[in-house]
Design a protein around this ligand. Structure first.
Ligand code: GAP
Length: 527
């Protein structure tokens, strides 16, 4: 889409309301900040985004299994993961107007205001962006929603709505390993609701309080295990082929980059061209202490460049934490590793331990722990490391809507100007794939044939029937819904069974048989 035609968020949100993509939650009661509902077209788009992710991440691969866990889990999970202690945003309050806001967003909120307030206190550089009043010192505010399980409202019954889907994957790691016929390296994927009590939900659905995530935890061997197995570890410096099949001798760095590339392929496939997003590699001082690398894929939303999703190399932090807090081993037994370790003589083992100790201590870790880790490896045992591609369904939908939206200027044969609003969705995610119209509603033969085509296609994809208004108006309605093709049944159709297919983006019409149309449709929907 041309840059000058990029939507403002206002125009896009007006279309989303008008056409039934997105509504305020509980609108008749005044709405709830940070909560959004998806209407008829929105929920189709959402289903398609989730199905596309599942196909690409789980069903289309041999090394990923799925999981669908509960939203409320044992509260110790959040202690182990660190969310209870550290999942907080710095919050501040205006002493005058009492508005609460994230202290790290004060500047942005100020910049967003049309009428910018002046500070009420001379010399103040940290003042309320709404009224200019004095702000309190920032305090950490935990983002998890609390609830009570069972009838007794007692602190011992407090539980939390999950703030991410990922932790259930770690908590169920051993069950999935035992029942999925997978072995490391392999992944576990989950999609579903997450909840964060965001201090200032902003920018339409971008930062919501209830949203959905699509997360993959891809478990890999520690590099030291790869070294024992293969005598070397492939790193990015070796220029590995990331487009070909995955390789057993890849180290964590290569797996991480591989998943960054996979995610970019997925985003391309659902309609975000590569040139529309950027990879932001977090700097060492921005990384969480356990993370080895983290890449944010950022998209140019109408309100600025923002994180769309992230791909983190999280070492063995999560499984080790759950091992510690649950008392249940999270180690795997890797027989090929044990067989390779058997081939190492005493001197080789000693040299290996010393090398690992030198590496660990240079990274501030313990030499005794390094030795224990090596001895476990020689027995074929370790806690797997993990690469985590984590995406937000709603955020991706917002990016797809922004990307698809265009107010296209048209000039007809007589030089008359017109504007067509169109959503250029990829057919893979478009809420309606095909709209079917009889050209003349009152023509019984046309109506009958169009109905037959509609009923046949309805069994395969989401289709729409429309007989009201002139054909041009029907096309425009479908353009606004992002429908890639419109089939019109006319007099010739009744004679020879062919129909015209009008393509949304080019507006070109082509006469086709039903079989030709199906071939084109299936090719466009394939991953
Ligand atoms: N397990 C890792 C994790 O949850 P995150 O960066 O906090 O990492 C991952 O979240 C993705 O989830 C984000 O990149 C974004 O797409 C989505 N997400 C996070 N918070 C969100 C919110 N408040 N509203 C909408 N989407 C959100």
């Amino acid at each position: 889409m041309a840059e000058e035609n990029k939507s403002s968020l206002d125009a896009l949100s007006a279309l989303c309301k008008r056409r039934g993509f997105i509504y305020h939650s509980s609108e008749i009661y005044g709405g709830m900040p940070g909560f959004w509902d998806y209407g008829p077209l929105g929920c189709e788009l959402k289903q398609n985004v989730k199905q596309a992710w599942w196909q690409f991440t789980v069903r289309g691969r041999e090394d990923v299994a799925g999981l669908d866990a509960t939203i409320i889990m044992h509260p110790k999970i959040w202690k182990a993961s660190g969310h209870l202690d550290t999942f907080a945003d710095p919050m501040t309050m205006c002493k005058d107007c009492k508005k609460l806001m994230r202290s790290d967003q004060v500047k942005d909120i100020y910049a967003d205001q049309k009428k910018k307030p002046q500070p009420k206190i001379a010399g103040s550089d940290f003042f309320c962006p709404y009224c200019g009043g004095e702000l309190t010192e920032p305090k950490p505010f935990n983002l998890m929603f609390k609830t009570v399980v069972g009838p007794i409202d007692d602190p011992s019954n407090v539980a939390y709505l999950r703030p991410e889907t990922a932790q259930a994957i770690f908590a169920q790691f051993q069950n999935v390993l035992a029942t999925s016929r997978q072995s490391v390296p392999f992944g576990i994927a989950q999609m579903g609701k997450s909840f964060r009590n965001e201090v200032t939900p902003r920018n339409y659905t971008f930062r919501s309080r209830e949203f959905e995530q699509m997360e993959l935890e891809f478990f890999i061997r520690p590099d030291e295990a790869v070294e024992i197995l293969h005598g070397h570890v492939v790193t990015l410096a070796d220029n590995p082929d990331l487009d070909g099949p995955v390789q057993d001798d890849w180290g964590w760095e290569v797996w991480h980059k591989y998943w960054v590339e996979q995610r970019k392929k997925f985003l391309n496939a659902v309609g975000l061209p590569t040139e529309r997003f950027v990879e932001y590699w977090q700097k060492p001082d921005e990384l969480a202490h356990y993370a080895r690398a983290c890449v944010d894929i950022e998209y140019d939303f109408p309100f600025g460049r923002q994180e769309l999703e992230g791909i983190a190399a999280r070492s063995d932090f999560d499984l080790s934490q759950h091992q510690k807090w649950s008392g249940e081993s999270q180690m795997v037994f890797d027989d090929p590793l044990k067989q390779s370790a058997k081939k190492l003589d005493e001197a080789a083992r000693k040299a290996f331990i010393e090398k690992v100790q030198a590496d660990w201590t240079s990274r501030g870790k313990d030499a005794a722990a390094a030795e224990k880790f090596c001895l476990d490896l020689f027995d074929g045992k370790y806690v797997p490391h993990v690469i985590e591609p984590s995406a937000g369904v709603d955020r991706l939908m917002l990016a797809l809507l922004c990307e698809a939206y265009e107010e296209e200027k048209l000039v007809d044969d007589k030089g008359k100007e017109d504007v067509r609003t169109v959503l250029h969705f990829s057919p893979k995610v478009a809420p309606i794939k095909v709209a079917i119209f009889p050209l003349i509603k009152k023509d019984e033969a046309q109506d009958k044939l169009a109905r037959e085509i509609f009923t046949k296609l309805q069994k395969k994809v989401n289709v729409m029937w429309d007989v009201s208004g002139a054909i041009g108006r029907r096309y425009r309605r479908q353009d606004e819904a992002g429908t890639p093709w419109c089939i019109t049944v006319d007099a010739q159709s009744v004679e020879d069974g062919t129909f015209t297919v009008r393509e949304r983006d080019s507006m070109k019409q082509t006469r086709m048989t039903y079989g030709e149309f199906l071939d084109m449709l299936y090719t466009a929907l394939e991953f």
